[in-house]
Design a protein around this ligand. Structure first.
Ligand SMILES: Cc1cc2nc3c(=O)[nH]c(=O)nc-3n(C[C@H](O)[C@H](O)[C@H](O)COP(=O)(O)O)c2cc1C
Length: 387
C-alpha cells in the first residue's frame, strides 16, 4: 500500500506567503535567474533562492556580485543570500538591498564548508563564535525590518560532531528575529559525504517555534515526503537533486498533493529545456554567448546524466562554444530516449567528505572572540568567497 502524503502547510516568512514550502536551495554557480526561472515554471509557488553573494563584494559594487542580484520579471519572490564574516559589512550589504529595493527576502549563509570560506571563520565555521553570529544576525534583521524584509539563516549541524552548533544557532537566529532556519544536516567535516542526518532536523524543528526547512539528500519526490514525515519540518530545501532536473519541483508539488504523477521527460523534451536554459543564460551574460555556453556545459552534463547517450556525445557537448553548436548537438540526440527507471531519482552532484576542516588559528578554543581576534578576522573578510 502506498503511504498517504504527509500534510504540509503553506509557510509565511513575514509578508511573504509560500503556498508550497519547497525551496530551491542556493547553489553558487547554479541558481542564477535563468535556472530559477526554469525551476519556478515547474513549481510556481515555492521559494527560489539566488546563489550566495559576498557582502563585501556587493558593498564594493563589484559587477559580478551585482549581476548575481538580478531577477527575472517573472520571479514572484526575489530571494537573495548574503555571505560575510564581519557583521558591519553584511549589515551594510543588507542596507544596500533595502535602499535599492533589491529583494523581498534575505537568507544568510552559515553553511558553506569550503576551505577558502571556513579558514576565514565564514560559512559553517561562523556559528561556533556565538558572539559574532548573534551580532551578524541581529544587525541584518534590524536593517531588513525597515523594509519588512524577512531574514532567514541557513546552517549546518556544526563543524564536526565534537563541535556541533545547530541547536544554539537555531535558537539565536530565532531570538534575533529570523523568520525561519534551514538546516543542511551535515557537519562541515562531512562536506557532502554520507547522508544528511535527518534526526537533527527533527530535533531542531522540535526546539524552535519558527519554521525549519530540512535540507540534504532529497533526490526525488518520495524523499521530500519522507523528510517531512520523519522530521516534521515545515518545508524542504532541494540542492543537488534538481541539478539538470528542474521538473523535480513539479514532482514534489504533485507528491504533496497526494498525486503520484511524476515527470520523466524524454530526451527530446530535455533538449528543449537545455535550449531554453541556454538562451536565458545568454541574456544573463548580457549577450555574451561564449560565457553563456561555457556556463551551460555543467548543466548539460547534469541534464544528460543517466541517459544512455555515450561518451562521445557528452564530449561533443563539452566542446560547444556557441548556441548553434548546442543546437546542432541536441539535434543529434535520439528524442525518444528516456531515463532508465533505476537512475531517475539517483544521487547526483558532489558527494565527497572534506579531507580536513580549515579554520582560523585557535578557532575551536572558545565560543566567543576577543576584540583582537575580531579585528584580525574582519580585515580578512574576502571579496570573492565561493563554493
Ligand atoms: C554546487 C553547489 C553550490 C552551493 N552553493 C551554496 C550557496 O551558495 N549557498 C548555500 O547556502 N549553500 C550552497 N550549497 C549547499 C546547498 O544549498 C545544499 O545545502 C546542499 O547541497 C545540501 O542539499 P542537497 O543534498 O539537496 O544537495 C551549494 C551546494 C552545491 C552542490
Amino acid at each position: 500500500m502506498v503511504a498517504a502524503a504527509p500534510a504540509i502547510e503553506p509557510v509565511d516568512l513575514g509578508p511573504i506567503h509560500i503556498p508550497t514550502p519547497v525551496v530551491l536551495s542556493p547553489m553558487a554557480g547554479v541558481t542564477n535567474w535563468p535556472f530559477r526561472v526554469i525551476c519556478e515554471e515547474y513549481g510556481p509557488d515555492g521559494l527560489y533562492v539566488a546563489e550566495m553573494i559576498t557582502a563585501r563584494a556587493l558593498v564594493a559594487r563589484n559587477p559580478k556580485a551585482l549581476r548575481l542580484c538580478r531577477f527575472a520579471p517573472s520571479e514572484k519572490i526575489r530571494s537573495l543570500q548574503l555571505y560575510g564574516v564581519n557583521p558591519a559589512i553584511v549589515a551594510q550589504a543588507a542596507q544596500m538591498v533595502v535602499d535599492g529595493g533589491m529583494a523581498d527576502h534575505v537568507d544568510l549563509n552559515f553553511g558553506c564548508p569550503v576551505p577558502k570560506v571556513t579558514r576565514r571563520g565564514g560559512g559553517s565555521a561562523l556559528p561556533w563564535k556565538m558572539d559574532i553570529f548573534r551580532d551578524l544576525v541581529s544587525r541584518v534583521v534590524a536593517v531588513c525590518s525597515q523594509a519588512n524584509i524577512p531574514v532567514t539563516a541557513k546552517i549546518r549541524v556544526g563543524i564536526d560532531h565534537e563541535h556541533e552548533t545547530y541547536l544554539e544557532a537555531g535558537r539565536i537566529a530565532q531570538e534575533e528575529g529570523c523568520a525561519a532556519v534551514t538546516l543542511h544536516a551535515r557537519t562541515t567535516a562531512e562536506y557532502y559525504g554520507g547522508h544528511s542526518d535527518w534526526h537533527r532536523i527533527t530535533e531542531l524543528a522540535q526546539t524552535l517555534s519558527i519554521p525549519v526547512f530540512g535540507n540534504g539528500d532529497i533526490w526525488g519526490a518520495e524523499d521530500a515526503l519522507d523528510m517531512v514525515r520523519q522530521t516534521g519540518c515545515a518545508g524542504v530545501a532541494i540542492g543537488r537533486g534538481c541539478q539538470g532536473r528542474p521538473w523535480l519541483f513539479a514532482d514534489i508539488k504533485h507528491a504533496f498533493q497526494g498525486n503520484s504523477e511524476r515527470i520523466n521527460p524524454n530526451l527530446g523534451e530535455v533538449g528543449r529545456v537545455i535550449m531554453r536554459h541556454a538562451r536565458l543564460l545568454v541574456e544573463f551574460f548580457d549577450g555574451d554567448e561564449h560565457m553563456a555556453v561555457h556556463d551551460l556545459r555543467k548543466h548539460i552534463a547534469w541534464y544528460l546524466k543517466g541517459f544512455p547517450v555515450g561518451g562521445s556525445t557528452r564530449k561533443a557537448f563539452m566542446e560547444c562554444e556557441s548556441l548553434a553548436d548546442v543546437e546542432r548537438e541536441i539535434a543529434r540526440l535520439d528524442p525518444a530516449l528516456t531515463l532508465p527507471e533505476r537512475v531517475i531519482d539517483a544521487p547526483r552532484g558532489r558527494v565527497r567528505y572534506a579531507k580536513k576542516v580549515h579554520l582560523p588559528y585557535g578557532w575551536l578554543d572558545s565560543r566567543s572572540t576577543t576584540h583582537d581576534e575580531r579585528e584580525a578576522l574582519f580585515g580578512d573578510d574576502p571579496m570573492d568567497a565561493g563554493y
